[in-house]
Design a protein around this ligand. Sequence first.
Ligand code: CA
Length: 235
Amino acid sequence: MIAVAKPKVLVIEDEPDILEVIQYNLEREGHKVIACRNGEQGLSRIRTDNPDLVILDLMLPGMDGVEVCRQVKSDPVTRSIPLIMVTAKGEESDIVLGLGIGADDYITKPFSPRELVARVKVVLRRGPLREQSGGGERVVRGALSIDLGRHEARIDEKMLSLTPTEMRLLHFLASHPGRVFPRAHLLSRVIGEDAIVTDRNIDVHVRALRQKLGEHANCLETVRGVGYRFAEATK
Ligand code: CA
């Protein structure tokens, strides 16, 4: 019998009932759960226990979730640990803020245990977010392949005619399937901070890209009030 290490999920949630529901459902799925009731404790356990995933409630007494996320994602030791933040329903500004400072995904309250478990599985399967430097220049998703170094994008074998910005945008999104990026984040990643542009500028590039992708256009998903993501599964 081979012993497989259980994925370690660290949960930071101050409401005992919700914490219990999360813990129960994740343990039933075979995860090891580290339960933390506040941000300070959570942050120190993240540093000592090196979890595979963090589930972080944004509304916490004392150090709030945004600050915890900021600290996790600014520390080179912990920044690659995937983090799902939990927000109140309808708090789009929180979602945008959280994703902007590096959260990998979000879930809104109230959520069903099944939804949470599904989300956890997706993020764990995706693994730690790797920085794109060297190596990962070529990305293949279904019929679509993008080679940034050679400035070539193809669907099946058909070459797409993309501008450099469209190429970087598509490559960046396709490198992180399923992950939502706010417009402002995409702007700074693919266009550059010095460009005089507005958030809507990204919409223009996405529209042009979708046109060029034709029947594969639905791989670029709009997440209302937040930004864009590359679809998790492509046909
Ligand atoms: Ca809370």
